[in-house]
Structures are given as structure tokens and as C-alpha cells.
Design a protein around this ligand. Structure first.
Ligand code: ZN
Length: 422
């Protein structure tokens, strides 16, 4: 096991979005505004988008010459250039192709019981007459509200398979990746993308419908701005889903830490030949409809008795309706803040600015108020789960502070720079 990570390897471990792409394939069809986007070297300086609040520290975010990030450009493109009626017809054709005639399952929807996946399953079932099998990869330490939301969703008339990892193995893996990469969610993330594939192979259901393309919506290359699906059989598909091929977090490496092939089944994809035999296709719902979490929240409340965070807003941000199901996720967001100087409120504000729900100035105020708040609410449960004491936890947190982002004043760590109004 390595003692320290280089800053380069730290930077790619930002798992807010799971599905990333490869190189931007320049062609004449690419909108003018997407051309000449560049990554600003995150080791050199910190630069904030002039339209939203994201910074160049977020891995793979590109900027244009005016200092506007690719995701803001993509948001504008969605609002002005995409013919959503046409996209809806495309979804209809896709459903026509896969819809079963006998009521058997014809699409897999990876679902946590959260507002977004519930919405996707709901629309596919109610509007497009599909027969979804929802698949849930269990939380490491479920919250009461997350369990209740999943239960309410299932009770509303949805088939569901809950896949729970071996608790001991998942806890050990979470500790391993938290210690090595500052990311306790890594085992969860791998399972989240691979478990639906295992179920698809098992039940021979070729169509899988994911929610949003995180790379386009939250940060990363715009290469697949007009592609509905992942290239399941493309080169090195699995690693590309997470990070460039130099990815140091490949679960294959976990075997070196005493985990067997059997221990790692759900963290790894099924054999490629099995995927081919079933003819697996993975689509993003966000290609077919403008992705609006706030709308999904309204539908989930109305049809699934979806409950927001009973504590009010979630720690580290100002929203109360996202990522509610796992007691360990506060440290996932907190370490993101430690590594990149931008946290959960930045992600939420950036998205809402692009949706024209709040102004940039309002976003800046929210970031300054909430970003980087320490996740104390479930700290005890987190430490129990990780079998770790607070001294070790603090050592790990400090290990991931980069000098470009942090400075130490006496006993206190302070950010060198934060987003500001223009
Ligand atoms: Zn932006």
C-alpha cells in the first residue's frame, strides 16, 4: 500500500459523477461554443467559472477563453439548441424496440429510492408503458429516511432487487479506499455501475436506463454531448467510466490487499462476452429529457411520498432533497472539499445557477455560507463503520490537503482562495 498519493492521482478521485468519457472527438457537427475548450492546469492556479461557481480544481472541467466552464456552455446549449420533442420521440422509438408484450421486465433502472431514479422509473412505466425492474445497490450505512423512501417507492408499485454487499468486506474496502485515496465511496461507486450489469445479464434484460450523464451535467468533457448511450463495448470501457486509464483505483488492485475474486464480484463488471450475449445497452435518461432534479423532487413527493432530509438541509449544503440515503456520504463530500477546495454547496449552486434558479451572486453567498461544513451529524456512525478513531481520521483528512488550496494559520487550516462575486 502506498504511503502517499501524488497530487495528480488525488485529483482524479472526485466521484460526484460516476460516468466519464474519453477524448473530445472534434468534428464539424460540434457546436461552435464547444470548440477550443481547455483544461486549466489545476496545479498551477485556482480559477472559478465566470458564470457559475465551479473551479478548475474539479477534474476534467474545461473552460473557454472567456472563463466559462463547459457545463455552463452545455446548459445553454440544452436550453437553446436541443429539440426536446424530437428527443422524446427517440425515447419512444427506443421503448418500442425493447417493450415486452407479456409484461415481463424490459428495462433496468438503477434506483436508490431517491427522487431522480424514482422519476425515471415512473416516466418509463407510466408514460412509455415499460416494465421496469429497479435495482438498488445498498447503502453502506442506511439512513432511516433513505430506507423509508425506498420502501415508499416500492410500495407505489415497482419491482425492486436490493443487492447488499457483504458488510465486512464493504466496510474494509471503504476503509482501504478512504485511507489510500480519501474516498470512502469508491467501493459503493463501483458496485453502483456494475451491479445493474450483473442483474441485466442474470435476467437477460438488455436495456439499462441511467439517470443523468454526470460528465455533461456536473463536470468533464463535452465529447458525448449528443450521445444517448455509453459505448459498453468500447476500449477499456469499465475504467473509462470512472477515470482515465491510469486510474489507480481499479478494483483489480484490491486483490493485492487480500480480497478474493469472489469477494469482489459486485465491484467488477460481468465478463464482456456475457454483456455481448445479452446485447446490453446503457442509456442516459438525461439525453431524452432536460434533467431537472427539482422537478423530479415534486413528482417523487406527489407519487411516492418522498421525504426530504428530516434534519432540514443536508450538511455542507443548503438543499434537503438529494443524496439522503447513506450516513457515510457526508465524508465523501467533505473530502471532496478537502481535496479540491469546492464542496457540496458548490455542486448544488453551480447546477441551480445553470438552471437559472439562482443568480451567481446568490450562489456565491450560499457557497461561502455552507461549503465545507464538517459532517458531524453522523461522524460517530462513520467512525464505527470505518473502525477508526478520530485521530486517524484527522490524519487522513490532512494528508489530502494540497498546498495550493490550504494554508495553516496556527492550529487552523484555511482555504487560500474561495469563489467571489464579480
Ligand atoms: Zn460554469
Amino acid at each position: 500500500m502506498r504511503e502517499n498519493l501524488s497530487e495528480t492521482s488525488i485529483k482524479i478521485l472526485y466521484w460526484d459523477n460516476l460516468l466519464c468519457n474519453i477524448e473530445f472527438n472534434m468534428s464539424n457537427e460540434i457546436p461552435e461554443s464547444f470548440k477550443n475548450l481547455k483544461i486549466i492546469d489545476p496545479d498551477e492556479k485556482i480559477v472559478y467559472c465566470k458564470k457559475c461557481v465551479i473551479s478548475n480544481q474539479r477534474p476534467r472541467v474545461h473552460f473557454n477563453e472567456d472563463g466559462i466552464c463547459g457545463q455552463c456552455l452545455y446548459a445553454k446549449y440544452k436550453q437553446t439548441k436541443i429539440d426536446w420533442d424530437k428527443r422524446e420521440k427517440e425515447l419512444e422509438s427506443l421503448c418500442d424496440k425493447f417493450r415486452s408484450r407479456d409484461g415481463s421486465w424490459d428495462v433496468i433502472v438503477p434506483a436508490s429510492g431517491g427522487k431522480d431514479s424514482s422519476y425515471v422509473a415512473y416516466i418509463l412505466k407510466e408514460k412509455f408503458d415499460m416494465h421496469p425492474l429497479t435495482v438498488t445497490w445498498a447503502s453502506a450505512v442506511p439512513t432511516d429516511v433513505g430506507s423509508q423512501n425506498l420502501y415508499n417507492f416500492i410500495q407505489s408499485g415497482y419491482d425492486n432487487i436490493l443487492v447488499s454487499p457483504n458488510g465486512k468486506i464493504h466496510s474494509k474496502l471503504s476503509k482501504l479506499t478512504f485511507t489510500e485515496y480519501g474516498e470512502n465511496f469508491l467501493p459503493f461507486s463501483y458496485g453502483q455501475v456494475h451491479v445493474p450489469l450483473h442483474i441485466a445479464v442474470k435476467f437477460k434484460i438488455p436495456l439499462i436506463m441511467y439517470g443523468e450523464n454526470g460528465e455533461l451535467e456536473y463536470g468533464g468533457s463535452l465529447k458525448n454531448y449528443n450521445k444517448p448511450q455509453l459505448d459498453v463495448f468500447g476500449h477499456d470501457y469499465v475504467l473509462e467510466k470512472f477515470a482515465p486509464s491510469s486510474n489507480p483505483t481499479d478494483p483489480n488492485r484490491w486483490q493485492n490487499n487480500g480480497f478474493s475474486d469472489k469477494d469482489l464480484v459486485f465491484y467488477m463488471p460481468p465478463p464482456v462476452q456475457d454483456l455481448k450475449d445479452v446485447g446490453i445497452q446503457e442509456h442516459y435518461y438525461s439525453y431524452y429529457e432536460d434533467w431537472t432534479p427539482e422537478k423530479h423532487y415534486e413528482i417523487a413527493k406527489k407519487h411516492f411520498k418522498f421525504l426530504p432530509n428530516p434534519a432540514g438541509r443536508s450538511e455542507g449544503t443548503y438543499t434537503d432533497f438529494a443524496s439522503l440515503d447513506d450516513k457515510t456520504d457526508g465524508f465523501h463530500y467533505y473530502l471532496m472539499f478537502i481535496k479540491f477546495g469546492i464542496g457540496r454547496a458548490t455542486s448544488d449552486a453551480a447546477h441551480q445557477i445553470r438552471q437559472n434558479m439562482i443568480t451567481r451572486d446568490e450562489g456565491v453567498d450560499l457557497v461561502l455560507k455552507y461549503d465545507g461544513e464538517y459532517p458531524s451529524f453522523y461522524e460517530k456512525e462513520f467512525l464505527n463503520y470505518m473502525k477508526m478513531d478520530k485521530t486517524v481520521l484527522n490524519q487522513i483528512i490532512d494528508k489530502f490537503r494540497r498546498s495550493l488550496i490550504w494554508k495553516k494559520d496556527g492550529e487552523n487550516w484555511n482555504l487560500r482562495q474561495q469563489v467571489s462575486k464579480l
